[in-house]
Design a protein around this ligand. Structure first.
Ligand code: OAD
Length: 247
């Protein structure tokens, strides 16, 4: 373990006025949710073009819904790990100002950070393709698939961003603004290869922020990181927290 890196990260965070966290799937890996890339990633077992595109959904909405309901069922037994607890306490204490995530699992909300910027949507919500009604998956009748809108009987789809789809403009604007205004950005568990999300650490860096990266391996963000902590998120965050009291 690189104690110097952890100590430097703690010092940056202690001295920060506007700490922003940006996460990817690696943040939730320690809660038991698979990442996308890598040997055990979802995209090594499933083909995104068959399950995570609008074309795939229109071709076979039952298959796509089955896949999403399977992923949702896996989330039921999962809890935010101790790294989430650290971030949620920093947020309550005012140390952490904003969280931007690519994750759709809703774990930040469950850990008590309600105002999270969810760039790629939330798997626990659905939206109607006809009348745009949005609601939680829990509230919908899933006894026969595909799920239909309780208001207009249109086709409901998962409220997530699929490959080839644009991100919600107001959500991207908020994320870019938080990145520009940050003085320290803590980047946790992302490969940094999916755009426009991957611009976020670069925007922060260009605006003068220090970049702290937590990842079990180097990523496309590492070249701009001021500090790299090569640990799992669930180990790194409590450790930084411990050093925060010492620096
Ligand atoms: P990836 O699966 O591409 O990358 C996960 C990253 O987390 C990798 O860099 C891993 O090294 C790292 N990692 C794995 N376990 C970790 C742990 N325990 N602690 C810390 N880091 C760990 O996931 P994302 O970067 O989130 O998009 O992928 C970006 C987007 O691609 C996703 O939001 C999704 C996907 O297709 C959409 O669904 C639109």
């Amino acid at each position: 373990m690189d104690v110097d890196a952890v100590r430097t990260a703690a010092k940056y965070i202690k001295d920060s006025r506007n700490l922003v966290v940006f996460t990817g799937a690696g943040m939730s890996a320690d809660s038991g949710i698979p990442t996308f890339r890598g040997a055990d990633g979802l995209w090594s077992k499933f083909r995104p073009e068959e399950l995570a595109t609008l074309d795939a959904f229109l071709k076979d909405p039952v298959l796509v819904w089955k896949w999403y309901l399977w992923r949702i069922s896996k989330l039921k037994g999962v809890k935010p790990h101790r790294g989430y607890k650290v971030l949620s306490r920093w947020y309550r204490e005012g140390i952490l100002k904003h969280v931007i995530t690519q994750n759709v699992d809703g774990l930040f909300i469950r850990s008590g950070i309600e105002e999270v910027v969810e760039l790629h949507g939330n798997i626990l919500r659905a939206k109607c393709m006809s009348c745009r009604y949005k609601t939680s998956i829990d509230s919908l009748d899933k006894s026969s698939l595909p799920i239909l809108c309780p208001r207009c009987y249109g086709l409901m789809r998962p409220d997530v961003v699929w490959f080839g789809e644009p991100l919600d403009e107001s959500i991207v604007e908020a994320a870019y603004r938080y990145a520009r205004e940050s003085d320290v950005m803590l980047v946790i568990g992302t490969s940094g290869v999916v755009y426009p999300a991957a611009y976020i650490p670069f925007i922060a860096k260009e605006s003068g922020a220090k970049i702290i990266e937590v990842n079990i391996e180097e990523s496309a963000i590492t070249s701009i990181s001021d500090v790299f902590i090569g640990l799992k998120a669930a180990d790194a965050l409590p450790l930084i927290d411990k050093y925060l009291k010492k620096v």
